[in-house]
Design a protein around this ligand. Structure first.
Ligand code: ZN
Length: 179
């Protein structure tokens, strides 16, 4: 049974490490599969739209995400690599590991990544808006980077929409404008 793991917050050393590449042979290990299930459980409980392994104190290169729209399925990505990044835009962002704050960050509007799924099969994900923002945010976590390192105007939320981003009630990372 999956269980909810503790989400570590800014100041925890694991968030600042470059996470280790996952050995593809490890993916079929029941403990690794349990980690994936637990990460989904933890993300949905938060609630958030994305969660990287370092946020549950596991320094490995994988993340889960579910932006909950009609276009994209829930996904787990192991050893992700950015293949394409186009057109910079500014977005409002929050993070489950930096609770209670939002900031403005420059992200690529359109990205494509490759990696492995939970069966060790190669996958490619491509998208725009919140989906692309979330991919970049989660990959940053795997490199020990938090959005607050790059963001401007980091603040307590001032509007209801910003409050939702900070609480991750709507999303871990939400674009400023609808997408
Ligand atoms: Zn985050």
């Amino acid at each position: 049974m999956p269980y909810i793991r503790e989400i570590v917050t800014d100041g925890h050393p694991t968030l600042r490490k470059v996470a280790k590449k996952v050995d593809p042979k490890e993916i079929s290990d029941p403990l690794f599969q349990q980690l994936i299930d637990d990460m989904f459980e933890t993300m949905y409980a938060a609630p958030g739209v994305g969660l990287a392994a370092p946020q549950v104190n596991v320094s490995k290169r994988l993340f889960v995400m579910d932006v909950q729209d009609d276009e994209h399925q829930p996904a787990v990505v192991i050893n992700p690599k950015i293949e394409l990044a186009e057109e910079e835009i500014e977005m409002t962002e929050g993070c489950l590991s930096v609770p209670g704050y939002v900031g403005e960050i420059t992200r690529y509007k359109h990205v494509a990544i490759t990696g492995l799924d939970r069966h060790g099969h190669k996958i490619r994900l491509e998208g725009e808006g919140l989906f692309a923002q979330c991919l970049q945010h989660e990959i940053d976590h795997l490199n020990g980077v938090l959005y607050i390192d790059k963001a401007k105007n980091i603040r307590k939320p001032e509007t209801e929409e910003e409050q939702e981003i900070a609480d991750a009630a709507a999303a871990e990372a939400t674009p400023t404008s609808p997408v």
